[in-house]
Design a protein around this ligand. Sequence first.
Ligand SMILES: [Zn+2]
Length: 563
Amino acid sequence: MDLIMLGGTVLTLDARDSRAEAIAVDDGRIVATGTSAEVAALANEGTKTVRLEGRTVVPGFIDPHNHFSLTAFEPVAVDCSMPPLDGKRGALDAIAAAAAGAEAGRWIWGIGYSSRRGREPAELMRRELDAAAPENPVCVIDSSVHACYANSAALAIAGIAAATPDPHGGRILREADGSPAGMLWERAMNPVHQRSMAGLIEYYGEQAVADLVEQNALRHLAAGITSVGDANVMPEGAAMYRMADSRGQLPIAIHQMRAGDQFFAPPERAAAGEFTEDDVSDRLRGGTVKIFMDPVFPRSAGWKVHADGHREHLGAPYYTQEEADRLALAAASRGLQVAIHCLGTWAIEQGLDALERAIREYPSAAVTHRIEHFSQPTREQIARASALGVIVCHQPPFFYQGGDRAAVTLAELGIDAPPAPMRMLLDEGVAVAASSDFPCAPLEPLKGLFSIVSRRTRDGVEQVAPEEAISATEGLRLYSLGGARAMSRDHEVGTLEAGKRADMVVLSHDPGAVAAEDIREITVQQTYVDGQRLFERLPAVHQARAATGRPPPSAEPRAATAP
Ligand SMILES: [Zn+2]
């Protein structure tokens, strides 16, 4: 036996929600769970013992919708997040400082900025970015990841000029004379985003990119995440993952959801089955095609339901129903999983229609299709998702971040379900997976879990739709087995059962045993992938005790001193 963990609470999240005190692992797989005495009896020479001391073991968190290939560049990008920055001035100063230290011509990437947040919400303008970085192309990605801000050098590289027409499904914001103002919505950002990402990979080179991927994986492990679904893998992202995987620098599993050749481009090649070699290794998976059904800018494709029942259509989807059906059918005909991003009610309706057709024409027991976000569903659509058996890949961190505002919006639209209607979804029998959509919302699963159990937002004093609360166990299942199903990996991860991979997280407390409001205070103490401890958080006092066998000086009672 390689490893035993004794004296804690093991939440297996199996079909009976079994609990145990201890767990045994051998050769990367779970062998048994049971009482501490039962599991201790399995130890032999060489078995490593972890004393849980009352802590809780749960399955490794699975994050099936996350933009890992984008955040991998965070250490070499300019952080324009608000907070800590309070708006545009701070972001421009940060970019100027980065540009001053960069050689001319090198791409400067900014992340985290939002034209909709900050003290005075504002776009970053091309001319302002030119002044901040006169010698470098600049691409600042909006925190929504549905827009970017570019300076003149970046626009020139991307071939965007005054005469460039707006692409279908995108918009180049313009100055009075028609020249680009700097902000590019949706498909208009495609060439800048793609050229800048390719430029970064080229500049840093394969080894440094592999290091960045590995470093990002370690950050995810620190949050207890052992598997990630990259929700939009372009050719550049796939290349990054191969660079890391081929060097043995991919400590977590990455499930690649293949997109088009640029961020919002139609996934034609993916739907035609060109990337079936994505299943390249044990750590690097594929088999999914991602379709964006609606934008964020200027708004999602929604419905306003009037008192007489009339549905007013708002915004516009990326695709007509026929176009969406064609992509979904092409992918489903090849046995690929289809995952459709649907924010607004109109987009959800089109997404459900496309998946219904795909399921009818190409029924498959092996593949379960997905709807991503499902942000503004009606009760009727929730029932449809259940009847179709599709997986709803939800993001509790969006609720954490702005569930109170979302509740107001939904009420104004006349939608008959509240934000993050978890109780409704589960009672209706919908297969739900929880995810982060990081960097669009906070990464840490415990923050999302806190919000769907407590029904509170980050700073919310009041609960939002408290009747939609689910239990901590139900929430944990969305973050483990739910995600595993979304990635077609439930046969190997998602519960702590004998035979499954030993992907595990040790938490400071049992989320079901603390007050719902305290769940976000729980810490991830250890994270294991295939039985290997890849992250450990130890208070300094424990480390010192482990090293010397006695408490460090700071932990000893202070000697009384004379005043
Ligand atoms: Zn996303």
